[in-house]
Each structure stands twice: as structure tokens, then as C-alpha cells.
Write a protein that binds this ligand. Structure first.
Ligand code: XUL
Ligand code: CO
Length: 441
């Protein structure tokens, strides 16, 4: 149900509907058909699309070279509570017009941080009550909450990795309040992204202590939330750098190692972000596969980087072929465990019409939907699966199968090699695999 507050912010834009590929209506889905069943689930269930509060409602386009460019009519009130209500009204109008079911937030996206911890906590509690009413009226749900422990100058040396215990404890208080807010809103998951958990120079850093402290901190947060009855999943969101030179949760493999090292594997999974993968010199699908292999593919932050520069540009996804490779991993690993697809993406600084926010999200949803359809067709109808199986057929029978079952010793490999002579050359057929993707897209 489309939810309008006293004021309609996105005037002239109604509910975004699926009109199909032939439609010329820029404000309609061409591929995202929420009710369409693909591989046994509706698109709506596969993706659980979410709006990111921070980019969509807070980011006005400022960069290191100039201020924001966007006039958001919901950010004019000088009173913090009134401004937060206006923002929430705009948020729910947008989410319901998009036909999305979810949103995600950082604590101080919802309402400005106050001068004291006590006042900040009061503010969060009060806006949570307002959001609860909005959720009840619309059916929109919270995919995940998180706390911003990286913007405030107090976190310049890190939050849970801070060399000063007082700052670490302050971050703990903030995470407790954000967990309380997430639980009060029925949040399905909780995210930790360690933007300043890392170091700029090893010269002044005790890496072992910092990492152990993060491990202790995450265990405390988990124990607190579980003690309060939270049954959702915690996600670590890997990123190699930016703002810190070297972040501890560098990529999926590094984060999985920390999760296991600190005994968090029963409660934590990963939230994989496209542009974070590419900053780590991986593809998005690589990161999804690493997470899936560990049983930790929890959620996705959807966006994309830029091939010509190396920072976190957080653009909306629009590359169908690349997203198709990701959707192959997604479908073959059984989808996301507990999470959804959150558009952690922003319109460009010079995209200043309010309508652009809709166009960007429509494009992102259509890219994922189209890629899902292509990936499903590739799996169901093409030679792809057969070719992949054929490539590994030597492990399906004979000595290869015995090896895979753990029944051989090194001496058996020696005997096999001696008996077989030089192995035959077998092509990897990469171009054939690539051509299949092109054919079906
Ligand atoms: C930063 C980023 C964050 C997290 C949540 O690159 O992705 O917005 O998603 O803190
Ligand atoms: Co993110």
C-alpha cells in the first residue's frame, strides 16, 4: 500500500508497476515482475529488495571538492525530531511507491546524533516509535539495522579496534542502542561494517590486540542481542579499504577466517557488496562464491564501481552480463540466507531531480531481475551445466572418485601417474562458456 504522509514528496510519481520489456514508460519495471516465479520462488522472495536510508534520503551529493547539490524537501526542518519524521515520511512514500518490502538504516540516518549519548538514545527511541507505526501501516519491514561507528570524529582511530578503551566502550553503547532499535522494529538482521576498523600505519598499531578486541566486541554484541531474544542473523560486510587504508575485514575469505577464529560462525554470515568486492581486486561473483562455500552467503549490498577509477563510487547496478555471473552463483547456492538485496547505491552528484532516485532504483531492480532470468535460462536450457560437469568428470568415477572420497594416499597418485604417462591436454573452453552467457542474455 502506498503510504503518503501529510505531504507528498514525490509528486506526479505513482506506484511503479511491471510493464514488460516493450514498455517505453521510464517509471515502470521492464524485467522486475515481483510475482513472477523463477526457479521455484517469486522474484520478490528471491531478492527482498531494500532501500538504503543513507544514500536515498541523507546523501545530497557532496564530495571532497564541493558541497551537496540536491535539495531534499524532507531535510528542511531545523528541529531534529521534525526533520526525522519528514525523512521517514519520504522514506515510506518512496519504498511503497517502488513496491519494495524492506529498508536498511544506520542509527543516525534516522535522526541526527545529539550532543550527549543520553539525548541521542532518547532521539532514537522516539523516532523508532514513529517508524513502527509506519511499518504497521504499510507492511514494509526492516531488513537490517546498523550503527554508524565511523563518521563521528571520536572514531578517527577506530571503534571496536580503537587503542583507547573509552572510545571502544562508547562504540559498545552505540551498538547496544542500535541493536535495541533494530529489535524494536522487528529487524531481520544486523550488520557490522568496520569502516575505521583497520589501520593507516602499522608503526603505531598493535594489530593482534585490535583484532582480538573486535572479536570480543562482536561476541558481546551477539550475546546481548541473543539475550534479548533476537533471532536474526548478524552480517559482517567486508571491504578492503576506504576510509581506512587497510581494513581488517578485507574480503570474504578474510572475514570468514575472523568469524571462525572468534567463534562466531553459528551467528554470523556475510553481507557482500559489489563495489567492495571490486576494490579488493575480486569480482562480485567471486565473493558470493567464497561466502556460499562457507555457508555464509547472507545478504547483498547492490551497486557497482567504475572501471576507470579505483574508489567506492556506489553507482546503481546496470551491467546485465556481470550481474548474470553473480546470479549463477546466487541460484546455484540456493540464494541468500536471511538477507536480501539492499541498494547501497547513490545517484550521481548531477542527477538532481527527485525522479532520478526512482529511475536509479528501477534500473537496479531490472538489472537483477533480468540477470536472474538469464542465469536461470542458462542453467535450465543451455549446455552450461553439462560442460561444467564434464570438466570435472574425472572425479566422478574410477581413481578420481576414490581420491574425492578421501580413499587414496600420495603413493596411489604416484602409481596412477606412472601407469598413465603424460596427461592429455584438455581445453578449459572459457570462450565457449562466455558465449553461452551472451547467447542467453
Ligand atoms: C560503506 C558501506 C556502508 C555499509 C553499512 O562502503 O557499504 O554503507 O553498507 O555501514
Ligand atoms: Co554497504
Amino acid at each position: 500500500m502506498v503510504l503518503l504522509g501529510d505531504k507528498e514528496y514525490f509528486k506526479g510519481i505513482g506506484e511503479i508497476k511491471f510493464e514488460g520489456k516493450e514498455s517505453d514508460n521510464p517509471l515502470a519495471y521492464k524485467f522486475y515482475n515481483p510475482a513472477q516465479v523463477v526457479a521455484g520462488k517469486t522474484m520478490r522472495e528471491h531478492f527482498k529488495f531494500a532501500m538504503a536510508y543513507w544514500h536515498t534520503l541523507c546523501g545530497t551529493g557532496g564530495d571532497p571538492f564541493g558541497p551537496g547539490t540536491k535539495q531534499f524537501p524532507w531535510s528542511v526542518a531545523s528541529d531534529a525530531r521534525k526533520a526525522a519524521e519528514d525523512k521517514a515520511d519520504a522514506a515510506f512514500e518512496f519504498i511503497t511507491k517502488m513496491g519494495f518490502d524492506y529498508y536498511c538504516f544506520h542509527d543516525f540516518d534516522l535522526i541526527d546524533e545529539a550532543d550527549t549519548l543520553a539525548e541521542s538514545e532518547k532521539r532514537i527511541h522516539s523516532i523508532v516509535e514513529y517508524l513502527k507505526a509506519k511499518q504497521n501501516a504499510s507492511g514494509v519491514k526492516l531488513l537490517w539495522g546498523t550503527s554508524n561507528c565511523f563518521s563521528n570524529p571520536r572514531y578517527m582511530n577506530g571503534a571496536a579496534s580503537n587503542p583507547d578503551f573509552d572510545v571502544l566502550a562508547r562504540a559498545g553503547a552505540q551498538v547496544k542502542i542500535a541493536l535495541d532499535a533494530t529489535m524494536a522494529l522487528g529487524g531481520e538482521n544486523y550488520v557490522f561494517w568496520g569502516g575505521r576498523e583497520g589501520y593507516m600505519s602499522l608503526l603505531n598499531t598493535n594489530m593482534k590486540l585490535e583484532q582480538d578486541n573486535i572479536g570480543r566486541f562482536l561476541n558481546m554484541a551477539k550475546d546481548y542481542a541473543r539475550g534479548q531474544g533476537f533471532t536474526g542473523t548478524f552480517f559482517i560486510e567486508p571491504k578492503p579499504m576506504e576510509p581506512t587504508k587497510h581494513q581488517y575485514d578485507f574480503d570474504a575469505a578474510t572475514s570468514i577466517n575472523s568469524i571462525r577464529e572468534y567463534g562466531l560462525q553459528d551467528d554470523f554470515k556475510l553481507n557482500i557488496e559489489v563495489n567492495h568486492a571490486t576494490l579488493a581486486q575480486h569480482t562480485f561473483q567471486h565473493e558470493l562464491q567464497v561466502a556460499a562455500n562457507a555457508g555464509m552467503l547472507g545478504s547483498i549490498d547492490a551497486n557497482r564501481g567504475d572501471y576507470q577509477n579505483g574508489w567506492d563510487t556506489d553507482q546503481f547496478p546496470n551491467n546485465v552480463l556481470e550481474t548474470t555471473e553473480a546470479m549463477l552463483v546466487f541460484l546455484k547456492s540456493g540464494g541468500l540466507q536471511g538477507g536480501g538485496v539492499n541498494f547501497d547505491a547513490k545517484t550521481r552528484r548531477n542527477s538532481t531531480d527527485l525522479e532520478d532516485i526512482f529511475l536509479a532504483h528501477i534500473g537496479g531492480a531490472d538489472t537483477f531481475a533480468r540477470a536472474l532470468l538469464v542465469a536461470d535460462a542458462v542453467i535450465q536450457n543451455s549446455a552450461y551445466e553439462g560442460l561444467l560437469q564434464k570438466r570435472y568428470a574425472s572425479f566422478a568415477s574410477g581413481k578420481g572418485a576414490e581420491f574425492a572420497a578421501g580413499k587414496l594416499a600420495l603413493k596411489d597418485l604416484y602409481d596412477h601417474a606412472v601407469a598413465n604417462g603424460e596427461p592429455q591436454q584438455i581445453s578449459g573452453k572459457q570462450e565457449m562458456f562466455e558465449n553461452i552467457l551472451n547467447q542467453y542474455s
